[in-house]
Ligand binder design. Structure first.
Ligand code: PNW
Length: 447
């Protein structure tokens, strides 16, 4: 049995997602300033294949063809991100109108093709000038972010259907300032928690700055959430899962949706907790119109670390394929957060080592991944969760951060020598779902 649009609520939006640094290239064109990823990629050992986003998918020049591709898939919507250093090359003050012009052309191009524009304002490409002043560890960055958000919303306004302030603040704080895997590559928990607080504050400030400039019901944030399961029902495993859930999920959800940091984790962080000024939590928790959820996998937690369940399958990232985790997560959000706004799945997808064969790219694992996760979303909707859309990550293969070009998440295969785009079987399958037309792509049966 294959799913159809009828399995989803009325008006449910299907789309594809990308982000600026991962696809645009044109890193030095039309007045774009350097970002922390330009810097990070040039530090030896940071990126697996020593690559960078200078060219990436050359989307900056190829965007009309790329929008045609999206339209051709039958998508309703496209989630893209705006590169802050194109808009404000120094991160504050002077506005580069050529940068705004690009996103205006892109948004108008979507509207001409009947695609809903869904913008993300910060998908990790912080202007380097702001990093030089401390990056997100500096409280000032939150206010610079709000100024930038105001500039973008002032130009694009209500042509954009939704604005997400931040993509995955866990990644731009913990992964970037504590784990050191993403730019700026630091390893200090105290700095990471300060960064996380200022990111959340920046979200609140940006929402306040944009209200009135954008459509009603158009403001939100995107979190990467990973449900944490205990390896067994032993007390210490349950405690490990609760800790993982707290640091990964509740540390961001609770300030946004309850105006408080989770007490157990605050305790566990000891002297590393951030300085919270009066009024910060009210600012952070001001009502928004949607919550974007990025879901890739779950964690399974034991007292002595993470466990990889035997019998599960894993993507090329080493992430367990666990569709039921998405249903569980969505149902849990509804249960735990009375003020939960409507949800969108803003990313979901999988990396596999794709190879063209003739003029096709066969990616049966990815087809199966999408099918199973879309079924998981439909199940949550049937259980009463208000989920209104789904964006596949990603439209096309692109620069996968610390993995460079060694991981392919696309529905569309990119040949980086020629920049040719080839629909993978997963794209053909998705197109069949979205258009209701038949597809020639077989789908493996459920277990
Ligand atoms: C997300 N983790 O990143 C991002 O939003 C995308 O830009 C990225 O391409 C995609 O997922 C695939 O990786 C994540 O370590 C990176 O848990 C790392 C993690 C989660 C999300």
């Amino acid at each position: 049995m294959t799913i159809t649009r009828n399995d989803f609520p009325d008006g449910f939006v299907f789309g594809v997602a990308t982000s600026s640094y991962q696809i645009e290239g044109a890193a030095r064109e039309d007045g774009r300033g350097p970002s922390i990823w330009d810097t990070f990629c040039r530090e030896p050992g940071r990126i697996r294949d020593a690559s960078n986003g200078d060219v990436a998918c050359d989307h900056y020049h190829r965007w009309p063809g790329d929008l045609d591709l999206i339209r051709g898939l039958g998508a309703d919507a496209y989630r893209f991100s705006v590169a802050w250093p194109r808009i404000q090359p120094d991160g504050k003050g002077r506005v580069n109108s050529a940068g705004l012009d690009f996103y205006e052309r892109l948004v108008d191009g979507m509207l001409e093709r009947g695609l809903e524009p869904h913008a993300t304002l910060y998908h990790w490409d912080l202007p380097q000038a702001l990093q030089d002043a401390g990056g997100w560890v500096s409280r000032d960055t939150a206010f610079h972010f709000a100024e930038y958000a105001h500039v973008v919303a002032g130009r694009l306004g209500d042509r954009v259907v939704s604005y997400a302030t931040l993509n995955e603040p866990w990644c731009s704080s913990i992964l970037s300032y504590q784990i050191g895997e993403h730019a700026p590559g630091l390893r200090d928990r105290r700095l990471a928690l300060a960064a996380a607080h200022h990111l959340l504050l920046g979200h609140g400030e940006a929402v306040a700055a944009m209200r009135g400039l954008v459509r009603e019901a158009g403001l939100g944030i995107v979190l990467n959430l990973q449900p944490a399961y205990p390896a067994s029902d032993r007390g210490e495993d349950v405690a490990a899962a609760r800790l993982a859930d707290g640091t990964f999920n509740r540390w961001f959800l609770d300030p946004l949706l309850r105006a408080e940091y989770p007490e157990d984790i605050w305790e566990a962080y000891g002297a590393d907790v951030p300085e919270v000024q009066p009024g910060d939590l009210a600012r952070i928790a001001q009502p928004t119109d949607f919550l974007g959820v990025n879901y890739y996998s779950r964690s399974v937690n034991g007292a002595s670390g993470n466990v990889r369940p035997a019998g599960s399958s894993y993507t090329q990232m080493g992430w367990e394929v666990y569709p039921q985790g998405l249903t569980d997560l969505l149902v849990r959000l509804k249960g735990d957060y009375p003020d939960l706004p409507p949800l969108f799945i803003t990313e979901n997808g999988a990396a596999y080592p794709d190879e063209p064969s003739g003029d096709r790219v066969h990616d049966p694992e990815r087809v199966r991944y999408f099918q199973a996760h879309l079924e998981a979303v439909a199940r949550a909707a049937r259980q009463g969760v208000d989920v209104r859309g789904y964006f596949a990550w990603s439209l096309m293969d692109n620069f996968e951060w610390a993995y460079g070009y060694t991981r392919r998440f696309g529905l569309v295969y990119v040949d980086y020598e020629t920049q040719a785009r080839v629909l993978k079987d997963s794209a053909r399958w998705y197109r069949a779902l979205l258009t209701g037309q038949p597809s020639d792509v077989p789908v493996a049966a459920d277990d």
